[in-house]
Design a protein around this ligand. Structure first.
Ligand code: PLP
Length: 300
């Protein structure tokens, strides 16, 4: 597998062994960074513009001024993907607050560091999409918006790591996290949808969760298909009583949850709505791959 890493300090894609950063980098020391994970389809970035908008929003939310233009970030990302030679890439774009003296005060930070990691896109096996995954509603809750705002995609993922640990300790493949008030919020690195009596529901952004780009795409695709999607408060018992549950994220796309807390979801199979939305999402990736989407293309 070819991996390339762009560092703004080097100004070009490097081999991973060459791509070293300071131990005084604040992203390393404190998780003082923001990031995006995206993919390519047919070599084209999927929703690069939306990822760049969210990156900037996350940075603004922690008072990190990104000194790189969208074009510079997109070009660095393009160069890194091209350098891998992979037909399609998994891409991570990270901006840290830079290096500086030890100490929390962000005024000690130097120049923000841009890191782009590109590696071969490896999707979960088709078998997993066909059978769905198991998930566990974990005790580890999202933190309050008054603490670190969960709508920002920062380098602080310990909460999600703890959630995933608890899920795997309970023999589940993924975690579903609740808000501080106990409402269903999101997966460890995904958004949650449920289907009940034909209605498609997803936790409202007010619950305190990342406004997923795939979540938005799925809502748009479903609505264009004549279906309603409601953004509401979902309680754990609603999710347990759902006919279908699925998770969404940029790399995995939509994936069904067919087992929740050890019990089957609905019929315990990938349901018809999840199948339909997954097919629409595949069509959408096909458009991106063929360069038929202006929006996806403009930044690639
Ligand atoms: C906490 C969290 N929620 C949701 C998502 C899904 O977001 P997207 O669809 O933009 O990848 C992610 C993606 O990494 C995430 O980390």
């Amino acid at each position: 597998m070819t991996i390339k890493v762009y560092l703004s300090t080097a100004g070009r894609p490097l081999d991973p062994a060459e791509a070293t950063i300071s131990v005084f980098d604040r992203g390393f020391l404190y998780g003082d960074s923001v990031y995006e994970t995206l993919r390519t389809a047919g070599g084209h970035f999927v929703e690069m513009e939306r990822h760049l908008v969210r990156l900037r929003r996350s940075a603004a939310g922690i008072g990190l001024e990104i000194p790189y233009t969208d074009q510079e970030i997109a070009e660095a990302t393009r160069a890194t993907c091209d350098a891998t030679g992979n037909p399609d890439c998994y891409v991570r774009v990270v901006v840290t607050r830079g290096t500086g003296e030890l100490g929390l005060d962000p005024r000690h930070a130097g120049v923000p560091l841009l890191v782009v990691v590109a590696k071969e896109l490896k999707l979960a096996p088709a078998e997993l999409y066909e059978r769905g995954i198991s998930a566990h509603i974990v005790d580890v809750r999202k933190i309050s918006r008054r603490s670190l705002d969960p709508t920002l995609k920062t380098g602080n993922y310990l909460n999600s790591i703890q959630a995933l640990r608890q899920a795997t300790d309970n023999a589940a493949e993924d975690a579903i996290m609740l808000s501080v008030d106990g409402a269903v919020a999101e997966g460890a690195t995904s958004n949650v949808f449920m289907v009940k009596d034909g209605a498609i529901l997803t936790p409202s952004l007010k619950t305190g969760l990342l406004s997923g780009i795939t979540r938005a795409l799925i809502c748009e695709l479903a609505r264009a298909d004549g279906r309603e999607v409601a953004e509401v408060t979902i309680w754990p018992d609603d999710l347990r009583a759902a006919d279908e549950v699925f998770l969404t994220s940029s790399v995995r796309g939509p994936i069904a949850v067919t087992k929740l807390d050890g019990a089957p979801v609905g019929q315990g199979r990938v349901g018809p709505v999840t199948q339909r939305l997954s097919a629409l999402y595949s069509d959408y990736l096909g458009w991106v791959a063929r360069g038929e989407l202006d929006r996806a293309e403009s930044a690639s």
